[in-house]
Every structure is written in C-alpha cells, then in structure tokens.
Design a protein. Sequence first.
Length: 225
Amino acid sequence: MPTFFERLTAETESERQELSRIPQITDALRGAISQGTYLAYLEQAYHHVKYTVPLMMAAGSRLSHQKEYMCEALVEYMKEEVGHQERILNDIAQAGGDAEAVRHSQPNFETEMMVAYAFDYICRINPVGFFGMVFVLEGTSTVLATKAADAIRQSLDLSRSCFSYLYSHGILDIEHMQFFERLVNRIPDEVDQQAIIHMGKRMFRLYGNVFRSIPHPGNQVQYVA
C-alpha cells in the first residue's frame, strides 16, 4: 500500500504539471525574465508569505487536542517561517526595487484570493487542510527555488544578496518536505487526508494564477478557474 504522502503526490500530479508549464516559471528557470518581472514576483511573494504564520496560528487554534502532534508540527514550522517577509523586502531593496512601497502596496487579486481561500478553508471546513497548502508552496520551492535563483542571478548580473529568500527556501524546504512527509504519513483519518488532497489541488491552481498575474513580456495569460 502506498503511504499517504505518495497518494497525495500522485493525486495532485496533473495540477503540479499544469503549474510547471506556466511561462513565468519556465522562463525563470532558464533566466529569461526581466528584472521587473523578478521584482513583481517578490512583491507577490511578500503579500502571501506575510500570512504564513497567521495561517498556521489559525489552523493550530482549530485543531482538537487529539491532534496535538499537528500543533507541535505547526510550532516547528512557525519557528522557521517567522519574519521571512522581511527577507523578501530586503531582496527587493538589493535588487533595485522600493521595499517600502511594496510593504504598503496591495496584492494582486490572484494573491489575495489564494490567501483568502486558505483562511476560509481553515475556518469553515477543516484546519487540517492547511497542510495541502504547505505541500504546494514548500514542494514547489524545493524543486524550483535554487535553480531559478541561479539562472536569474546569472542572466541579470545581480548579486547573491538579491536572492536570499529563494536560496534559503531552496535549501530549507528540502528539510521541511522530509518533515512534512513524516507528519502526513501519521494522519489516519480519511476525512483529514481528503482535506489535504483537496487543498493541494486547489492551491496548485491558485498559486499558478499568482504566477500568471506577474507581468512578463510575451506571456499569454490563461487563468485557471
């Protein structure tokens, strides 16, 4: 029998493949994006990363005492994630952007909807579903972050100090995904497992739309509803 992590990976494969074909991602991996596109990506990253810890707190506050091991996992995640939005702002400043303007800006509609959906699902349906969002965001970083940072840095001739967020997540999220796999394989309840799968499928599509919303010359925007 496959583990739950293996099942989660298999049942979200088509959504993952759709995400991997988005031009903003494929071009970033070969260094074919502008400095403006990179800065626009960082702006949207700031607007969803700043909600990582609040989302974890919301999920943890709604877990029953029988799921204390999940709360303990969220505490460990929070220790690693707190303050990462400031790292993004520093990258923006290092790369020639206006960090304070980004701090006070509004997110793109697509970014706002992704965050709003996560809060809604946690509060209205099942807080365990939040781990589906973790699966998508950290799994994507594991595969893409370091490779994209290397390619963009070389093509734009920017210093490594402009990529602290991507580089740190490329390394950190490998460890996080190993931790995540062990965690979700402990979840026995089918309802909770389905919640994680459902959230994973939705988040691949919503996160994909965040990338699609980033201005990128030559891109034909096709949003996934």
